[in-house]
Write a protein that binds this ligand. Structure first.
Ligand code: PNS
Length: 160
């Protein structure tokens, strides 16, 4: 199965779970676009530009990966970029309902774009950007949970 895939998300910040999924995704396509949603309604720890920089630093050694940002509908972005599949991760049953709804809505909007679900390594099934932000905010260590550039920047960002 070759071609172009989009891996969308907030990536606030990218975790080792995301990175694991990106590595797995690259085996299923020729090129993978990691796409950060520009959502002006939500507040994030890292700005879109910061998240793009952290993503680019984190995937620098993985061939076939590009980092981009998008706004509006994901399927429109996928079409614009010539991608025919969307990649998403499922960690646990709790992810399923939201992912299922999103995949079916995206299919309704763009029947030609297929959503593929991948599971991260078991040791990352508990991991989320939200928990990483919380642990870091409360002064806990996040090394091993996020790529090294993120571990560095998150400490700088949250340092009182
Ligand atoms: O990492 P996240 O926050 O779970 O990612 C959610 C994301 C960015 C994949 C989702 O919010 C999205 O695709 N937003 C774009 C708007 C869109 O296309 N909505 C309709 C499909 S449900």
């Amino acid at each position: 199965m070759r071609g172009l895939a989009v891996y969308p998300g907030s990536f606030d910040p990218i975790t080792n779970g995301h990175l694991d999924l990106i590595r797995r995704g690259t085996k299923l396509c020729d090129r993978l676009i990691v796409a950060v949603l520009r959502n002006t309604e939500k507040s994030y720890l890292f700005s879109v530009e910061e998240r793009l920089t952290l993503l680019r630093e984190s995937v620098a050694d993985i061939p076939g990966v590009e980092v981009d940002a998008f706004d509006g509908l994901l399927v429109e972005f996928a079409r614009r970029r010539g991608a025919d599949r969307i990649l998403r991760g499922i960690r646990a049953l709790s992810d399923f309902e939201y992912e299922f709804q999103m995949a079916l809505m995206n299919r309704r909007l763009a029947p030609d774009v297929e959503t593929l679900f991948l599971m991260p390594r078991e040791e990352f099934t508990f991991l989320s950007s939200r928990l990483v932000r919380e642990v870091a905010r409360l002064g806990g260590p996040v090394d091993g949970l996020v790529p090294p550039p993120v571990a560095l920047r998150i400490k700088e960002k949250l340092r009182p």
